[in-house]
Design a binder for this molecule. Structure first.
Ligand SMILES: NC(=O)c1ccc[n+]([C@@H]2O[C@H](COP(=O)([O-])OP(=O)(O)OC[C@H]3O[C@@H](n4cnc5c(N)ncnc54)[C@H](OP(=O)(O)O)[C@@H]3O)[C@@H](O)[C@H]2O)c1
Length: 331
């Protein structure tokens, strides 16, 4: 089969389109023929060996795919999952962060989620890492009745966060992003106000948008000075939940920041999706996102569809920060 292989760490040019043996499903596994493979920011970090996990080389990147069941492991009951069934295969949920950028992938059957008929493979792929992350963030830090700031709000997670915070009863949603086009997109998804946080004085606009008070909740994924600016603007009793750190190298919390937290009764919370998932909760929560998207209750934005062979171009686009919506690779 064709796959994108990483044989050394580096810039997008290290992604090679090559032939590798098609994997064979073992006991408890199924073989999925990939129709859409999701590209995540984490993949670009892994490609550079800047991610929390260093993949053993050679590696095939990709932690989420949608496709059809192509073969069953010996003990998998064909009455529970038939060959040809349209499915989502969120590999990451099974703690597998590799294998998706390929024509076929093997997945534990417990982590397979069937697709509604009217949900496309591309839409399903966009809802896996990014939709689930937003949904669990909203569960962990509920925004009902609160003022909310979402950073990276036009990104994959951010665009679902804005919609789900609205549905969950957030009082006022401020979306932060880096261009007017991205801000208009977040407003179309339900944000009350969009703020360009490439302006060094962006928190002045943030406070103005919230009538002089800071946000009660900040869903933060950008890191660096944006985290520090956000902390300084956070309302008393406010909570910042950090779920990503695109610019983590530029972040350091000092004693004055900690004193600020103490005297304003504020908290900083970490968030990671995978430890919160079980096969049961995965099927329930991802199934609910699929149903909402299929019924038009959740907008899924596809920012680009690339042939598998052009995975490097997808990585370049993500890193150039000029995409809106999910990037998909199609074998
Ligand atoms: N904790 C978890 O379990 C979990 C799960 C999924 C994702 N994540 C993390 O959440 C973050 C967002 O993921 P995503 O899938 O939504 O990513 P995405 O679709 O690529 O969006 C990320 C957004 O970040 C902004 N950004 C700020 N600084 C950037 C930089 N230096 N390079 C690229 N983009 C930058 C960009 O918007 P602007 O140009 O508007 O700033 C972009 O729209 C990532 O850090 C990811 O690793 C965490």
């Amino acid at each position: 089969m064709k796959a994108i292989q990483l044989r050394r760490f580096g810039n997008p040019d290290v992604l090679d389109y090559i032939d590798v043996p098609t994997p064979v499903p073992g006991p408890g596994e199924v073989l999925v023929q990939v129709h859409a493979a999701g590209v995540n920011f984490a993949d670009t970090l892994m490609r550079q060996d800047r991610y929390a996990i260093t993949p053993p080389l050679s590696a095939i990147l990709g932690s989420e795919v949608a496709g059809t069941i192509a073969a069953l492991g010996v003990d998998v009951d064909a009455n529970t999952i038939a060959i040809g069934t349209r499915v989502a295969a969120p590999l990451f949920a099974a703690n597998i962060s590799l294998g998706g950028y390929a024509e076929f992938v093997v997945v534990p059957v417990d982590y397979i989620v069937p697709l509604p008929d009217n949900l496309s493979f591309d839409q399903a792929t966009a809802l896996m890492v990014q939709g689930l992350t937003a949904a669990y963030l909203i569960k962990q830090v509920p925004p009902a009745g609160k003022t909310v700031l979402a950073t990276g709000a036009a990104g994959g997670v951010g665009s679902f966060l804005v919609q789900l915070a609205r549905q969950a009863g957030a009082r006022h949603i401020v979306a932060a992003a880096s261009s007017e086009q991205k801000l208009a997109f977040t407003r179309s998804l339900g944000a009350d106000v969009g703020i360009d946080y490439t302006d060094p004085h962006w928190t002045v606009s943030l406070n103005a948008a919230l009538g002089g008070a800071g946000p009660d909740i900040i869903y933060e994924s950008v890191g660096g000075t944006i985290t520090m600016d956000g902390l300084a603007a956070l309302a008393p009793l406010g909570q910042m939940v950090i779920y990503g750190a695109l610019n983590i190298q530029q972040f350091a919390l000092g004693v004055p920041d900690l004193l600020g937290l103490i005297f304003k009764n504020q908290s900083i919370t970490g968030f990671a999706l995978v430890p919160l998932l079980t096969p049961g909760s995965l099927k329930r929560e991802l199934g609910a996102l699929f149903d909402d998207a299929a019924q038009g209750l959740l907008t899924v934005t596809i920012g680009g569809v690339y042939p598998l062979a052009d995975a490097a171009d997808a990585h370049r686009a993500l890193e150039a920060r000029n995409t809106i919506g999910k990037l998909i690779l199609v074998p």
